[in-house]
Design a protein around this ligand. Sequence first.
Ligand code: FAD
Length: 314
Amino acid sequence: MRELDELFIKHSGSDLIVKRDVPLAQYTSFKIGGRAGVFIEPRTTDALLRCLRIFYNNGARPYILGGGTNVLITDKGLPYVLSTNGLKWLEDDGNGTITAGAGYSLRNLVSYAIRNCLEGLERITGIPGNIGGAVMMNAGKKQYSIGQKVKRILLATPYGKAWLNKGQMTWKYRCLSFKSTIYGSSETEKGLYVIAGAELKLSKKRDNKALKDYFLCDIKKRRATQPVGKLSAGCIFKNPEPAPAGRLIEECGLKGYQYGGAMVSKKHANFIINHKGASADDVVYIMKHIQECVFKRFSIRLEPEIRLMGISLN
Ligand SMILES: Cc1cc2nc3c(=O)[nH]c(=O)nc-3n(C[C@H](O)[C@H](O)[C@H](O)COP(=O)(O)OP(=O)(O)OC[C@H]3O[C@@H](n4cnc5c(N)ncnc54)[C@H](O)[C@@H]3O)c2cc1C
């Protein structure tokens, strides 16, 4: 057993779950991916900080996993995976400010907000995953993204934790980055950080009828236009400037295109579906094929929206 593996096992306990040789497919919406050498799940922010310090002191870096709804993990597996699923707290000040742990489910948060007459999250109805992942990806649709409602972020680094305010973050299309380094170090830039939680500012309404109506209408729309219920990771490519990626892929005649167990959705061309025990290699093959076809026809290089773990498209 490697020294670092032993260290984690020594530190495991009720607030830090450590398992070896864990199949990762079960932690992703694609149901694809090899095994994690060591799978680490802190249940508290303190345990998370302990983990980051261990990684830092040993010059190692884990892959960070949230709900696993926007990732493609290599079939070969990953050495260290740090899951944020155990950070599930939720606080509500009763005046529209809610604070949630990174592992809190986005769908549960949307339902909570609507139940409690809080406006602002209904526009991300139907997006799966956790708060940490949604914030990291600046999840959203059309003109709206979760970053618009985030007031502060609790960031964990090997040096400790800190609440970052709006001025320290840059929100872009499906991407969040941090402007300043934390604790005077450059570790955040090198990537050894985890969003432990986020504070959202919502508006308190008298009743929730309009929010419920929006929610129901949105769910209906999603069912009509997306392959809901199929194994996928959401939209595979970012939308380039001139047109939605789905339309470009569709115009290349790729709806229904298959390779191995993976297929371009017949309902929405920017979704790849694991329809028959697909491997990550099958999905990568289709992604490259799509990029080539779209480039040939439109001279546009599609960029992945999903995060590739242990995989390079080049
Ligand atoms: C059917 C379906 C529909 C979808 N529809 C939409 C949509 O309409 N709009 C949209 O924007 N997205 C959509 N998605 C994509 C996805 O749901 C969102 O991006 C989601 O919020 C990601 O959250 P997650 O917890 O699953 O993150 P993961 O997939 O686990 O991780 C995504 C990235 O964030 C990083 N990360 C995760 N948690 C943390 C953390 N706590 N700290 C630091 N880094 C972290 C990971 O390392 C990875 O790089 C869809 C996905 C599916 C399967």
